[in-house]
Write a protein that binds this ligand. Structure first.
Ligand SMILES: [Zn+2]
Length: 282
């Protein structure tokens, strides 16, 4: 008799586990949208394209924004799995370009020809600080970004983020690393003032303390759940090897948030950005 009375509970549990299987990778783990992958030349040999995609997918990552130095790394990975990779143009031909790209007329030419030859979805990750945003080269690059409706992925201080939002008011701007250690109140204020701003969370300090969400970040996630993205920032071979720990870190604090908010940050915000329509080449 007792057995029969319990049966519906077992069935409900089995059905809900079965339903969970559609959205979750394994017990309690959320799928992830990775907003910060690099596939740079120095790891192409050690981690070929098929292996790179496999490593990302193994961590429950189901789509990724990918950029590379030089740019064809992102294209190689896109050709390997076009449903998985969202290709961004990094404005560096070699690692050295990072130093002066924002004032180098050759980079403006490079960006123009890259954008003409391939339908990138965004520009970045680029490094830009202070008054570097005001050069003629940057004006030209941002004009191209506006014309193509590109998403910007900027590794910048918070003043430069403001300048980018002003220079390209209709573009989506992803702030890589959320400014690292910029005061959480500044991040909160910027999100309130700019609907187009998103925060990518790799290397962002202060989110957890001994694995537990800090009160200030928890509150920010609860007030602006639609504005955060997770990222692994695979800028070295070592970071590629650390993918399991990086994914675990995100899963560890995501599960401390209400389910719908954790889902938004884990992958739904990224999917929404990825659905934005770029201006394609003819
Ligand atoms: Zn990066």
């Amino acid at each position: 008799m007792i057995k029969y009375r319990l049966l519906p509970h077992y069935l409900a549990a089995i059905i809900s586990l079965w339903l969970m299987g559609f959205t979750q990778t394994s017990a309690g783990e959320l799928p992830l949208f990775d907003a910060h992958v690099h596939y740079n030349e120095d790891i192409w040999q050690a981690i070929p394209t098929d292996d790179a995609i496999k490593r990302l997918k193994k961590q429950g990552i189901r789509r990724a924004i990918v950029s590379s130095t030089p740019a064809n790394g992102a294209i190689k990975l896109f050709k390997q799995d076009s449903g998985f990779v969202i290709p961004f143009l990094r404005p560096y031909r070699t690692p050295d370009d990072r130093r002066d790209w924002y004032k180098n007329p050759d980079i403006l030419k490079y960006v123009r020809s890259q954008l003409k030859s391939f339908d990138y979805r965004g520009l970045g990750e680029f490094h830009l600080f202070g008054s570097q945003v005001n050069t003629p080269v940057m004006k030209g690059i941002l004009a191209l970004a506006r014309k193509k409706n590109l998403i910007l992925l900027a590794h910048s201080d918070h003043e430069t983020i403001d300048a980018l939002l002003t220079a390209a008011p209709n573009l989506t701007v992803i702030w890589a690393h959320g400014g690292f250690d910029v005061d959480v109140n500044i991040v909160a204020k910027k999100l309130k003032q700019n609907r187009n701003l998103y925060i990518e969370l790799s290397f962002r300090e202060g989110i957890t303390e001994q694995g537990v969400l800090t009160p200030s970040w928890r509150e920010l996630f609860l007030t602006s759940p639609s504005r955060f993205l997770v990222g692994t920032d695979t800028y070295t071979g070592q970071r590629w090897l650390a993918l399991p720990e990086l994914a675990d870190h995100y899963q560890g604090w995501l599960k401390q948030l209400p389910g719908n908010i954790a889902e938004a940050i884990a992958y739904k915000n990224g999917e929404r950005i990825a659905a934005q329509k770029p201006v394609r080449n003819e």
